[in-house]
Ligand binder design. Structure first.
Ligand code: DGY
Length: 323
């Protein structure tokens, strides 16, 4: 029987089948011990055959070398930039992730951030909470209308396309997108137009990031590319914090550029209390909750464990990743 280690608590029904099969399952209880440290993880993986990990766990070459019996790294997320997949694959270790099951949840969150930013929901709610509500105000909390807006989707994969569909349906938005390849079905369904980053950014009222973090997308938004954006654009990031150069974003915010920014992801996570990005009224930050719906998290757990079960039984995993 195999030894399986999981770095956080996931929905407990995920483990039912693996338990029935008699595998030894050890789950790090972060509620008691706090998030697992890299050093502790090194110890834990030294004799296990399967690892279920989270997007915050650094699964690098060194860690993989400390796990001589490892057969499968099953990530509880779709993004897998925290894993040295190339090296794992070289060592014959299968890496898997959880695509599809969190697509709608993550697009919904991007959409929620967009509406909250555009209509100043958080400052308006704070006004009530703090007992500052003096009466109906003709000029209070004026937001940005999203009707007929142009939305730039950066990374038109499953989540980007789902978000575009929401904007197209809700606001009659014009969709432009930046992608490594042309998405014919997407273009047909939403009259979406593929373009270079510079052109997409310069046309967009809303910029939503949905690309994976790679060497090509790291700091894709920086002083140069931010300068292409409209002064009153809204930026939404549910991809990875590192896709934006945060220092550059802060410089731009300081001079009043951008209507507002909605971030589900930052660098680092969690973002320290005194971080300058937390000082702006028009920057809304939530703690990486893109996939946080009950159904998505259940399905992610099912997939994580099914992938482990398949690899341990020498069957192809459902959702392997190779790059
Ligand atoms: C993931 O799973 O990679 C995303 O960050 C979901 O929010």
């Amino acid at each position: 029987m195999a030894k399986i280690f999981c770095t956080k608590t996931i929905p407990k029904e995920s483990w039912t089948k693996l338990k029935e099969q008699g595998h030894e399952i050890n789950i790090w209880d972060d509620k008691i011990h706090g998030p697992i440290s890299y050093e502790e993880l090194l110890k834990q993986v030294s004799d296990c055959q399967a690892l279920a990990c989270m997007l915050g766990d650094r699964i690098d070459r060194n860690l993989i070398e400390h796990a001589p019996q490892l057969k499968v790294i099953s990530q509880y997320a779709v993004g897998h930039n925290n894993i040295d997949t190339k090296y794992a694959n070289e060592r014959g270790i299968i890496v898997t992730n959880t695509p599809d099951v969190l697509t709608h949840a993550t697009a919904e969150l991007a959409f929620a951030l967009l509406l909250s930013c555009a209509r100043k929901i958080i400052p308006a709610a704070k006004n009530v909470e703090e007992d500052q509500w003096l009466g109906w105000e003709p000029l209070g909390f004026l937001g940005k209308s999203l009707k007929d807006s142009t939305v730039a989707i950066i990374g038109a994969g499953r989540i980007g396309q789902e978000f575009a569909k929401m904007c197209h349906g809700a606001f009659d938005s014009k969709i432009v997108y930046v992608s490594r390849s042309t998405k014919e079905g997407f273009e047909k369904s939403f009259n979406a137009q593929r373009m270079e980053l510079k052109e997409a950014l310069s046309r967009a009222d809303i910029i939503s990031l949905h690309c994976p973090l790679t060497e090509q997308t790291r700091e894709l938004l920086n002083n140069e590319t931010l300068s292409y954006c409209k002064d009153d654009a809204i930026i939404i990031n549910t991809a990875r914090g590192e896709v934006i150069n945060q220092e550059h974003l802060i410089e731009n915010l300081k001079v009043g550029k951008f209507h507002s920014i909605g971030l589900d992801v930052t660098t680092p996570e969690p973002l320290p209390e005194n971080h300058p990005l937390r000082q702006f009224d028009n920057v809304l930050i939530v703690p990486h909750i893109g996939s946080a719906t009950e159904i998505a998290r259940k399905e992610m757990g099912r997939l994580v464990c099914q992938n482990i079960e398949n690899v341990l039984s020498k069957i192809s995993p459902i959702t392997p990743v190779t790059n």
